[in-house]
Design a protein around this ligand. Structure first.
Ligand SMILES: Cc1cc2nc3c(=O)[nH]c(=O)nc-3n(C[C@H](O)[C@H](O)[C@H](O)COP(=O)(O)O)c2cc1C
Length: 193
């Protein structure tokens, strides 16, 4: 009986001491409210387990006809980070930059248009919110020339860069831009018919 009581106390203590943010249960709306575009990063490396989790969240995203045309390059070597910093001013010193591309040979296409950017955006949104859940910051970045990036990283001719996403721990002094708090009311962006 004493032994059972002792074990119960130890497990209660372990639960109480578990302050791993990844295990806190946050609702989707909590994460959506917490996220903001981080534009200053600490140099702390991102743990591989967290990268795995972010990439897995992207893998679960829906894509048109479930073709999954995305290909994600995880830029994190010194050489790759130096290269991307030359090609955009919006990598913001992050230790990791995701370069999210789609395969133009695989992507769902209709009437001359394809769902590549849309597919990549859903993948990226899953990744962004998983990063938030893991205590990491991100920023969606379009400020780059896709042809220059494709050439610099020697991408296959059929891989089209869709966007960049710097990712890392926010710097201590990182703050949301004032514009972050500016959201239109639903009355301006929604109509019921
Ligand atoms: C499609 C898209 C492109 C963006 N491109 C850039 C960019 O090139 N550079 C940048 O600093 N932020 C970029 N952003 C971030 C937005 O400026 C930011 O998300 C927006 O102002 C709202 O602020 P918040 O993310 O802090 O809520 C982009 C966001 C989206 C969705």
């Amino acid at each position: 009986m004493k032994k059972i009581f002792f074990l119960a106390c130890v497990s209660a203590l372990l639960c109480a001491c578990n302050n791993n943010p990844a295990q806190e249960s946050k609702s989707f709306m909590d994460l959506a409210r917490q996220r903001y575009a981080v534009r200053e990063y600490a140099q702390t490396p991102v743990e591989q387990a967290k990268l795995d989790s972010i990439l897995e969240a992207g893998r679960l995203a829906p894509t048109a006809k479930n073709v999954q045309p995305q290909h994600i390059y995880v830029l994190q070597s010194r050489e790759a980070i130096a290269k991307i910093n030359e090609l955009t001013r919006c990598a913001y010193g992050a230790p990791v930059v995701f370069l999210v591309c789609y395969d133009t040979n695989a992507v769902w296409t209709r009437d001359g248009a394809n769902s590549g950017d849309m597919d990549c955006s859903i993948v990226g949104t899953h990744m962004m919110l998983e990063a938030t859940e893991l205590g990491l910051g991100t920023c969606w970045v379009k400020w780059f020339n896709p042809e220059e990036v494709a050439a610099a990283f020697e991408l296959p001719a059929n891989y089209k860069p869709s966007f960049l996403m710097p990712c890392g721990y926010a710097a201590d002094n990182a703050q949301p831009h004032a514009n972050h708090f500016n959201r239109k009311p639903l009355s301006e962006t929604v109509s019921y018919k």
